[in-house]
Design a protein around this ligand. Structure first.
Ligand SMILES: [Zn+2]
Ligand SMILES: [Zn+2]
Length: 400
């Protein structure tokens, strides 16, 4: 959940969130619009848990909140969106939201003292550059480097993410004068962003590298922009997710192969979903997207599909607080919901992918009671679970 929040900055961010909180409180436990009431769901919904002990390959949910918000009013805090795939001792991150480092520690992924030890972290995969997916990225470098645990001298952390957008998005509603931020490069990609973060924190980094023997940051972390397939026909403002005939090959080592596809998170471009294939099984991460043919194609037969979800009823309640005409309201609703997958849509997406498990994450909003998400299993016949921070799920067979 990112684009909707960014899109309403000019309206009334405070008003939207206040309305959202009211909506969540007023309708807690009620049926979700368009979905069957929770009471009609026959199968039990599994919430939280840790059944990964003994597995070589694990999925660890570090943060499960969508949107650049410190959600309040929830019975439990959700950190910003971030997940880890762990194979043996090796760790791979998908997105790096607010609070990632603390959750990494709480999940027991720091392998040794000192804390901030990321020596087992091999790679980071950023689905897109919305802040709720990258707010934990600067601390990864700034807290990881001084302890000496960011990568190793012979194996720097590899970071993969979108390249430059290449054009500014359109203005919604049209016609408003909007000066760009950073007009010299208003659409930095992953490589640009990484370099700019290092520039911004150069005083700190030079102090630590020169005075307290922190290692050379450039030898411990290397960023890459994911290249789009030649001839894919993508365009930042008109065709953000053309149908791809085959997945984009992003990364491979002795433990995992990571592929990607373009997903539809307009106006964000590029936005990726990632699939991990291991000897034990496969995990696909939707990233932020509305329903898009590329995603089930990438996720086909996955053991786990980690998918985002948004509650349109919450969006409606938020819009009800805005002084909008019916036409304006319809336009805003489409704009806000059109970048994400609703409670009603996510089950059929997982079904069409043939995923063995649908695991919800990146909740929009992040402060709903769990019952509000039960309707998301409608249209899906596999194993449905509600993701929670620090939840761990084993992949493949448990070793004896
Ligand atoms: Zn998001
Ligand atoms: Zn987003």
């Amino acid at each position: 959940m990112c684009e909707p929040f960014g899109a309403v900055d000019w309206m009334s961010r405070r008003g939207l969130f206040k309305g959202a909180a009211v909506a969540a409180g007023a309708t807690a436990g009620a049926a979700v619009t368009g979905a069957a009431p929770a009471a009609a769901v026959a199968r039990p919904v599994i919430r939280g848990g840790n059944d990964a002990e003994g597995y070589r390959t694990r999925l660890v949910l570090l943060g499960t909140a969508g949107g650049p918000t410190w959600w309040t009013g929830s019975d439990r805090h959700r950190a910003g969106i971030s997940s880890a795939v762990v194979v043996g001792d090796a760790v791979y991150l998908v997105d790096c939201g607010e609070g990632m480092g603390r959750r990494y520690e709480q999940a027991g992924l720091f392998s040794q003292s000192p804390a901030s030890d990321f020596t087992e972290l091999r790679a980071v995969f950023l689905t897109h550059l919305h802040s709720d997916h990258i707010a934990g990225y600067p601390p990864l470098m700034l807290y990881g480097l001084p302890g000496g645990g960011l990568g190793t001298p012979d194996r720097p952390v590899q970071v993969f993410g979108p390249g430059r957008r290449g054009a500014l998005p359109g203005v919604f509603p049209p016609g408003r004068p909007v000066p760009p931020v950073s007009p010299g490069n208003p659409w930095p990609g992953t490589v640009d962003m990484t370099d700019l973060i290092l520039q911004a924190f150069a005083t700190d980094l030079n102090d630590r590298i020169r005075d307290t023997a922190a290692p050379d940051i450039y030898a411990r972390l290397v960023a890459h922009d994911i290249a789009l397939p030649p001839g894919a026909g993508a365009d930042p403002n008109t065709i953000s997710a053309p149908r791809l005939d085959r997945p984009i090959e992003v990364y491979e080592d002795d433990l995992v192969k990571v592929t990607a596809t373009l997903v539809d998170h307009r106006p964000v471009f590029p936005a990726f979903a990632f699939r991990f294939d291991t000897d034990d099984g496969s995990i696909t991460f939707s990233g932020d997207t509305t329903v898009c043919d590329n995603l089930p194609a990438l996720a086909e037969g996955s053991d786990i599909l980690v998918h985002e979800v948004v509650d349109p009823q919450w969006v409606d309640a938020s819009l009800d607080r805005m002084p909008l005409t019916p036409d304006e309201r319809a336009a805003y609703r489409q704009h806000l919901i059109g970048a994400h997958t609703t409670i009603e849509q996510v089950g059929p997406v997982a079904e069409s992918a043939g995923a063995k498990m649908l695991l919800l994450s990146h909740y929009g909003p992040g402060d709903h009671p769990p019952e509000r998400w039960h309707g998301a299993q409608q249209g899906y016949s596999g194993n449905f679970r509600l993701g929670e921070d620090l939840m761990q799920i084993g992949v493949g067979t448990r070793p004896r």
